[in-house]
Write a protein that binds this ligand. Structure first.
Ligand code: F6R
Length: 610
């Protein structure tokens, strides 16, 4: 949410900042700006709208070798030129970009206004730069020392990059709750809120932790605490390549990420299928078999699609391992003062590993003594670093705002966990072997669903003008319905609701009519006939029915207007397979409606604010 980029080195800074912003644009895209050092001056450009608007306003050449940039997702103040970052102090000697929220902004602003400071924006960030300026001037301090004093007055979250005209080539960084990564290059240094902006220049990075500040210049970096104690931070080398952040010749990242899923799931499963003992092998779990056996309950926490993946995961684990398991929205959980139990395993799920609510839930559980296992995609992210045990998804960077491949990899990890827990309790080696074979078949089954794209695109085109759509699923198919509705609403803006099949008749049926297409997910389980009954109910209200099923039941063909027939699968993986069809449906609906597929309105990837 919002993106920060910084550069210092021998190269021209502005093109690097703009390139970084373009790669960060998925984190926020309502306005953008840069400030560069140019001799002893700071030069700044800001513009509402996408990076292309900012770029069109820049002079052809800007002589500068260092600077900072920002792409914004508005919290305080509308997306306007003046609210765009960077923000500068009154005499234009300091410039600063900020992700996060300053909670005591109002009080601080009042004091600054009383002192005669003129504000140019409605943002909380501008308060920071005026406070910083005053601290530098009053005490004749270096930027880093003034930053420490300034931040000690702040209540809230921040990832910050700041520069001063008096020290060209030096950037000061700070983090509390909002990611900041230092990129170590050859004779150059970068800073960013997210690896995507750094991968073209370096894979060697240092993640700042909360409460840390850093100074970077072309020769290196120094990290220190709020008490000015130097910290020795080791760098890590990440394996992501630049291509991971490209569209691979496709029009949209989302499309690339959907069709990449046979490969991304293969990566998630790679090295984790223990055929010798018919179980799963998950190295980062940090729980030995005895500890696994002691678990009496599992609680899964996440937000949005990660929560829906958790709901699907709870069905997988409970049905195979017979451990009571449920999933809950991370923020709801942490705010209801939850009871933390010693024998409960807490699992947090997050693509970005930076979602504020999920991170806050993690910390709340750990503070009360609970063990937290993380299922995370982004390597080295805050949640990945803070959990007690972790499983990386290895889905590769997900750039499009709507989650697809990471969601599918979350489900694949849950399938692995379900087999692991199941084999430590209820299920036989024979059943374990059969389930491992099912997992191995996921990539080819996903490929088979992708082959149905033409049919799915035609269905999308036919119904994309509707005002409302329903997604219906029973038990394990309900989370699939939730995620299907989520994908459709977020990228096509069609109002979509998901209901458990049994709930339809308790209210929502009043809305079902010939104008509301109903997407019904019918896995071939022993509950199939009950779900066919749901089709009858919907059809009796003349609504168009699109069935997504791996069953050959004839009545489905008679009742449904369209049948998207997915490969026959074990219930453990059926949600993964049918989910792909719903992703394609959402994608083609959004394309037919000419929506901004990768950057849907009002949304941003990686929600690092509350
Ligand atoms: C939906 C979507 C969001 C995220 C949610 C959690 O397509 O992308 O609902 O799933 O914001 O994000 P992570 O997984 O990064 O914690």
């Amino acid at each position: 949410m919002c993106g920060i980029i910084g550069y210092t080195g021998p190269q021209a800074a502005a093109p690097i900042l703009i390139d970084g912003l373009r790669r960060l644009e998925y984190r926020g895209y309502d306005s953008a700006g840069i400030t560069v050092h140019s001799r002893k001056k700071l030069l700044s450009w800001k513009a509402a709208g996408k990076i292309a608007v900012l770029e069109s306003q820049l002079p052809e050449t800007i002589k500068s070798n260092s600077g900072i940039g920002h792409t914004r997702w508005a919290t305080h103040g509308a997306p306007t030129d003046s609210n765009a970052h960077p923000h500068l102090n009154s005499n234009q000697t300091l410039s600063l970009v900020h992700n996060g929220i300053i909670e005591n902004a109002d009080t601080l602003k009042e004091a600054l206004l009383d002192d005669g400071i003129e504000f140019k924006s409605e943002t909380d960030t501008e308060i920071l730069v005026h406070l910083l300026s005053r601290t530098v001037n009053d005490n004749q301090l270096s930027l880093i020392d003034a930053m420490r004093i300034t931040l000690s007055k702040i209540v809230g979250t921040y990832g910050i990059a700041a520069i001063s005209n008096s020290d060209p080539g030096t950037l000061v960084l700070a983090r509390n709750g909002s990611p900041v990564i230092i990129g170590i290059g050859q004779g150059e240094m970068l800073a960013a809120s997210d690896m995507s902006a750094l991968s073209r220049y370096t894979r060697e990075v240092v993640h700042l932790d909360d409460g840390e500040l850093a100074v970077i210049n072309p020769n290196g970096f120094e990290v220190s605490t709020m008490d000015a104690i130097a910290k020795d931070k080791a760098s890590i080398t990440l394996s992501n390549s630049t291509e991971d952040y490209d569209k691979g010749g496709h029009k949209h990242y989302l499309y690339k990420e959907i069709i990449d899923q046979p490969e991304t799931v293969r990566r998630t499963l790679s090295g984790r299928l223990n055929t010798r003992f018919s179980t799963a092998h998950l190295g980062g779990l940090n729980l030995d078999p005895r500890e696994l056996l002691k678990i009496t309950r599992i609680k899964i926490l996440g937000c949005g699609s990660a929560l829906y993946a958790g709901m699907a995961g709870s069905h997988m684990i409970e049905s195979l391992a017979r451990i009571p398991t449920d999933a809950e929205a991370a923020a709801e959980f942490r705010y209801r003062n939850p009871v933390i139990e010693a024998d409960t395993l807490y699992i947090v799920v997050s693509q970005s590993g930076e979602t504020f609510d999920t991170l806050a839930a993690t910390r709340e559980i750990q503070r009360k003594g609970g063990f937290v296992l993380g299922i995370v995609n982004s390597v080295g992210s805050t949640i990945a670093r803070e959990v007690d045990g972790g499983i990386y998804m290895h889905a590769g960077p997900e750039v499009s705002v709507a989650s697809t491949k990471a969601y599918t990899s979350m489900l694949s990890v849950f399938a692995l966990l379900a087999i692991l827990f199941g084999r430590s309790r209820d299920i036989s080696p024979q059943k374990g072997t059969q389930l491992l074979q099912e997992l191995q078949s996921i990539p080819e089954k996903i490929t088979a669903v992708i082959a149905l794209e033409k049919q799915i695109a035609a269905i999308a085109k036919k119904y994309c003008k509707c005002h409302s759509a329903f997604f219906i699923g029973r038990t394990s198919a309900y989370p699939v319905a939730l995620e299907g509705a989520q994908k459709l609403k977020e990228i096509s803006y069609i109002h979509a609701e998901a209901y458990p099949a049994s709930e339809l008749k308790h209210g929502p049926l009043a809305l079902v009519s010939k104008d509301t297409p109903c997407f019904v997910i019918l896995p071939d389980t022993d509950l199939l006939l009950k779900s066919v009954g749901t089709l009858e109910e919907i059809k009796a209200r003349s609504a168009p029915v699109i069935a997504v099923t791996d069953s050959n039941n004839k009545r489905i063909d008679e009742l449904a207007d369209h049948v998207i027939r997915t490969p026959t699968s074990d219930p453990l993986v059926q949600g993964i397979i049918s989910g792909i069809a719903l992703q394609l449906l959402a994608y083609h609906s959004a394309v037919a409606l000419k929506r901004d597929v990768d950057q849907p309105r009002n949304l941003a990837k990686s929600v690092t604010v509350e």
